[in-house]
Design a binder for this molecule. Structure first.
Ligand code: SF4
Length: 84
């Protein structure tokens, strides 16, 4: 069983390898990610400096950030893949 690190009911963990974005079209007007990022953009929070709340609403700051992750997976610990 994988480590449980998400409260999302249909998954066990999440990872956003890149944070931040730039509006590119009218289709970005109701961007969910931008609103969530602005919500968590306070000092020390995951999206600090990447989004902000403005009078016009949530807005990306045009900065992006990569988020490296290191996963340790130990597959097939008790089987033999060479067994016929
Ligand atoms: S994440 Fe938001 S701003 Fe970026 S391309 Fe998608 S809809 Fe547009």
């Amino acid at each position: 069983m994988a480590a449980q690190s998400s409260k999302i009911e249909w998954t066990e963990s999440t990872w956003n390898p890149v944070r931040g974005c730039t509006r590119v079209s009218e289709g970005c007007r109701f961007c969910y990610a931008e609103r969530i990022a602005a919500r968590f953009s306070g000092a020390g929070m995951a999206y600090e400096g990447l989004a902000e709340n403005t009078k016009a609403g949530a807005r990306w700051t045009q900065k992006v950030q990569t988020v490296p992750a290191l996963f340790f997976v130990f597959p097939c610990g008790v089987i033999s893949i060479s067994k016929k």
